[in-house]
Design a protein around this ligand. Structure first.
Ligand code: ADE
Length: 424
């Protein structure tokens, strides 16, 4: 029997909906904080009457966020924030089982990607929820009429926050944004442990190589780079870090890694993973000196970190060896392998961050949407951090869900911390 749907959508195959539903339920079991918020939202309906456009990776974890926002009374519309990260079964389940209008097909081309963005923006949202700032940037560049109904937005990722801050500094940002990425309960966990683990997962699913004994080059030592370096080291790789920031480079040295310029690392690395948020950090002159067999992957938000166009140009042939693994043969016979077209490998060939870290990231998203609804009229058009008490409450709830208790300050300690008279 053909599966039917009552909400607008553009997904690959509605017939995948049941498979998607059980995967969404599996993820939900590891998302207790988000579930607690959903239960409160169901009772209080804090987002009633609000239209919310979300541009996120369409995964089982995102599906649970959509359920939460919907439970809060919002009309939610979802499109993909990356052409390769959509889980088609999740998209189908959102449409069929959860009534969330979803516009996402894995492997969609650039035109379809922007058609999907258009579909969610055509709903005249009050709140935008971005992962990479594509909704906000589209609104400001070509859909300015939407500024009339928009009260604010939220942003999930480092790259998006950088884009939005630069819009704020240039005075072009027209509505307030809560930078979810800045919450401690987001970047300390999602960026570090989530990206660390899921990047290794993506590389292994695409290649099935042994990491032990390999020279593993981590390009960029932000929270994601720190997480990846420690996970790769844990699997026996010799980690090399490249950086442009002296403090981060120093931290990498004291964390026990070799630090060197990219040009030196290029000649000795077996695997290169970019996570800088910047352009062409693996460029022609680096690929020119790489060993035959070198593997190059990206786990940063956009597919700009590796100069893929140049790699294609400098190669005499290109072929797909297995899913997400392409071989580029060089004039001198060397072979360079590119994973997932240079798109974020942790979501292209793997499933992104596990649910238990997305639990905190998306708890921040849900509460940030509620905060925006309650406070938008008093906020200026700039990028705001997540309120500290909200961030701390998410950590408290997460610990509680894990059955872990911690100490509290005594009155004496509280007074001591608040005084300056007491010294030696
Ligand atoms: N970003 C990284 N991992 C993710 C996931 N599992 N779901 C949504 N967004 C993500």
């Amino acid at each position: 029997m053909a599966v039917t749907a009552n909400v607008p959508h553009d997904v690959t195959d509605l017939g995948l909906a049941d498979t998607g539903k059980s995967a969404i339920e599996w993820a939900e079991a590891s998302m207790p904080v988000l579930r607690a918020i959903r239960e409160r939202f169901e009772a209080e309906k804090p987002l009633a009457g609000l239209t919310l456009a979300a541009c996120l990776h369409v995964t089982t974890e995102t599906a649970n966020l959509m359920r939460t926002l919907k439970a809060g009374g919002a009309d939610v519309y979802l499109c993909a924030s990356n052409p390769l990260s959509t889980q088609d079964e999740t998209a189908a389940a959102l449409v069929v089982h959860y009534g969330v209008p979803t516009f996402a097909r894995t492997g969609e081309d650039n035109d379809v990607y922007y058609d999907h963005i258009k579909s969610v923006l055509d709903t005249s949202p009050a709140i935008t929820m971005d992962d990479g700032a594509d909704l906000v940037s589209t609104i400001h560049s070509s859909r300015t009429e939407l500024l009339e109904t928009i009260i604010g937005g939220t942003e999930e990722t480092t790259t998006g926050v950088i884009r939005l801050r630069s819009m704020g500094e240039d005075g072009v940002l027209k509505f307030p944004i809560v930078a979810v990425n800045e919450a401690n309960t987001k970047h300390f966990f999602d960026n570090r442990y989530g990206t660390g683990q899921s990047t290794v997962d993506g590389i292994l699913r695409a290649t099935n190589i042994l990491l032990a004994g390999k020279n593993f080059v981590v390009v960029g030592y932000g929270w994601c780079g720190r997480g990846l370096a420690s996970r790769a080291e844990g699997m026996g790789a010799n980690v090399i870090v490249t950086e442009v920031d002296p403090t981060r480079a120093l931290e990498a040295v004291m964390d026990g890694y070799r630090v060197m310029p990219m040009m030196e690392a290029a000649a000795i690395g077996d695997i290169f993973v970019t996570m800088t948020g910047d352009k062409h950090v693996v460029d022609t002159h680096h690929m020119d000196v790489m060993k035959s067999g070198a593997i190059v992957a990206n786990s940063g938000h956009f597919d700009v970190e590796i100069n893929v166009a140049s790699l294609a140009e400098m190669s005499t042939s290109r072929r797909t060896v297995r899913p997400f693994l392409e071989e580029f043969v060089q004039k001198d016979g060397r072979k360079i392998y590119l994973l997932g077209e240079g798109r974020l490998i942790n979501l292209a060939s793997a499933e992104g961050h596990p649910a238990s870290v997305m639990d905190m990231s998306f708890a921040n998203q849900a509460l940030a949407a509620e905060y925006m609804k309650d406070n938008a009229t008093t906020l200026e058009p700039r990028v705001y951090s997540v309120p500290e008490d909200m961030d701390a409450e998410i950590a408290r709830l997460k610990l509680e869900s894990m059955g872990i208790e911690i100490d509290t300050l005594t009155d004496e300690q509280e007074t001591y911390l608040g005084s300056w008279e007491e010294g030696t």
